[in-house]
Write a protein of this length. Structure first.
Length: 128
């Protein structure tokens, strides 16, 4: 990736990468949009992200993997399904030489949407 370019949207971000990586980014992008159709697409911290009543998830391309950031509780909740992948507190790495588990990504994003809605509802109750 050319470090001096700051993408303004997903298309600009994707254009920074070779076609092989672009295909993976498009699949990941479409999976998130299909899972939570009302999610707003943004660029945050220089990478594609989605918001739905708060941040849902981020993703970024690297030399050997796509990094997906669904937040810590999603990583913890789906720990068993993520066992074959390198994870940290709030991220998972999908190697470029393996298919991205799009069904799992969809489940994590839907989980995050529910989590965000629950937080929003809790804030409303607390304010009353």
């Amino acid at each position: 990736m050319k470090k001096t370019i700051r993408p303004k949207n997903f298309d600009e971000y994707m254009a920074l990468y070779p076609e092989k990586i672009q295909v993976l980014l498009i699949k990941l992008h479409h999976t998130v949009k299909k899972a939570v159709p009302k999610a707003e697409e943004v660029i945050s911290y220089g990478m594609p992200a989605f918001k739905y009543h708060g941040m849902l998830a981020y993703f970024a391309a690297y030399k050997n993997h796509i990094e997906f950031y669904p937040m810590p509780l999603a990583i913890k909740t789906f720990k068993k399904e993520l066992a074959g992948y390198k994870t940290s507190k709030g991220t998972v790495q999908f190697p470029l030489d393996k298919p991205i588990p799009l069904g799992l990504v969809s489940k994590m994003v839907k989980f995050r949407a529910k989590e965000n809605l629950a937080k929003q509802d809790k804030k409303k109750i607390t304010k009353k």
